[in-house]
Design a protein around this ligand. Structure first.
Ligand SMILES: Cc1cc2nc3c(=O)[nH]c(=O)nc-3n(C[C@H](O)[C@H](O)[C@H](O)COP(=O)(O)OP(=O)(O)OC[C@H]3O[C@@H](n4cnc5c(N)ncnc54)[C@H](O)[C@@H]3O)c2cc1C
Length: 380
């Protein structure tokens, strides 16, 4: 097959690698908007489950991706200045750029051409391709240009986010809820390398306006966030890497493919940073599309229909969980009166995918502490 891929992120790269490993005679070309050495973003986290999908289908790539990677079993919630540890919540962390470098190097080893530094606006240049994969991220130009065919919906969430880094090493992954004069500021912080942590700041629209973030320069915002989390940063600086405020869009599409063009990863559907699932969703898409192509080797329309059939249920379920998690953060002010144990418990149950019994198995001490505080029993 002759395959054109728009976007050299995890979705496009992993799909290309899988296809080429299966059959080196496929011709694959990836066009990536950013230069090869772009380093946008900080670290990302993956659950154990997320990487198990990669390990099962590509153990050799899994070994490369996880080489030297940090893994931690616990997380910590800071509410009202008190810490609650949540054991048995394992996370892998790595620099986003390291993940991309590994995937790109592994693609190059298999002879996949990646053309950097060029933004694709239209599909004309892929006219000779049997299959075109639009893996160009949440703001997909291909999806936007062919909105009539894909039927995208973009649900722009109200909370504001800024993706900072810091040299304060947050072990384990830490969620900080800080009441400030303007309202509530939240930080999602985790160490991802020997020297740096991700420090994603989130606040609701009221806090955003009252704090004056809508009128501040990028530098002023950074200084104000560093000030709000002064005690947590412990003297270490907050760092910017194009860390402008943004609102997260939950993307979905009525149709996943059109003719020989298919959407993949964030272009197809986004999760939310609060469940750390975007890369997992993207890489699961790659696996499902690869398997569908193998099952219908000379029939692209059949393969694309099969891809959607295989992938839609799992994708929809995880996106629904991501939306519930998003809503939890958006309404968290209503829960600030909870004591730290009940607050942490409520956090764990936020997506509807974790039951009281799950918590009892994973963290008997927390379940017991919750039961002692709530003789009426847990919510259903
Ligand atoms: C603040 C923040 C924190 C996150 N944290 C996590 C986390 O902890 N864990 C996690 O799993 N996920 C996280 N995510 C989500 C994760 O980054 C994405 O879900 C994942 O990268 C999706 O992979 P992708 O390949 O579909 O898209 P992307 O990674 O967005 O890759 C798309 C690629 O296409 C390129 N491109 C775009 N337009 C064009 C064009 N027109 N022509 C050519 N190239 C183009 C882009 O430069 C990019 O390289 C986070 C996201 C955000 C915003």
């Amino acid at each position: 097959m002759n395959i054109g891929i728009v976007g050299g992120g995890p979705a496009g790269l992993f799909f290309a690698w899988l296809v080429k490993r299966h059959d080196p005679s496929h011709r694959i070309r990836i066009v990536e908007r950013d230069p090869a050495d772009a380093t946008y973003g900080w670290g990302v986290v993956f659950s154990d489950v997320a990487l198990s999908f990669v390990r099962d289908i590509a153990p050799e790539l899994h070994a490369e991706i996880t080489r030297g990677q940090l893994r931690h079993d616990a997380m910590r919630i800071v509410h009202r200045g008190q810490e609650v540890m949540l054991p048995n919540n394992p996370f892998h962390r790595m620099a986003r750029i390291d993940l991309l470098r590994t995937l790109r190097a592994q693609c190059a080893l298999r002879g996949i051409a990646i053309e950097y530094g060029r933004r694709v606006e239209a599909l004309d240049e892929f006219a000779d391709c049997d299959l075109v994969v639009a893996a160009d991220g949440a703001g997909s130009a291909i999806r936007t240009r062919h909105a009539g065919e894909f039927g995208p919906a973009l649900d722009l969430r109200p909370n504001w986010l800024a993706w900072y880094g810091t040299t304060r090493l947050f072990d384990p992954l830490t969620l900080i809820f800080r009441s400030v004069p303007a309202g509530l500021m939240i930080a999602h912080a985790y160490r991802y390398s020997a020297t740096h942590s991700t420090f994603l700041v989130e606040c609701d629209p009221e806090t955003f306006r009252t704090a004056g973030f809508d009128r501040m320069s990028a530098g002023e915002s950074l200084a104000a966030c560093a000030d709000a989390f002064r005690d947590d940063l412990d003297g270490e600086p907050l760092l910017s890497n194009r860390s402008d405020w943004f609102r997260y869009a939950i993307v979905s599409n009525r149709r996943w493919h059109w003719r020989n063009v298919v959407l993949l990863g964030d272009a197809l559907r986004t999760g939310h940073p609060s469940v750390g699932s975007g890369t997992r969703l993207a890489m699961q898409d790659s696996i499902a599309l690869f398997e569908a192509c193998v099952a219908a080797p000379r029939d692209v329309p059949a393969a694309l229909a099969d891809f959607e059939l295989r992938r839609r249920p799992g994708s929809d379920a995880l996106q629904a969980a991501a939306i519930r998690s998003t809503e939890w953060y958006e309404s968290v002010r209503d829960r600030l009166a909870l004591d730290p144990v009940s607050f942490a418990y409520d956090y764990l149950r936020r997506t509807g995918r974790v039951s009281h019994d799950d918590i009892r198995r994973r963290d008997p001490a927390l379940a017991a502490a919750y039961d002692a505080l709530h003789p009426e029993g847990p919510p259903p």
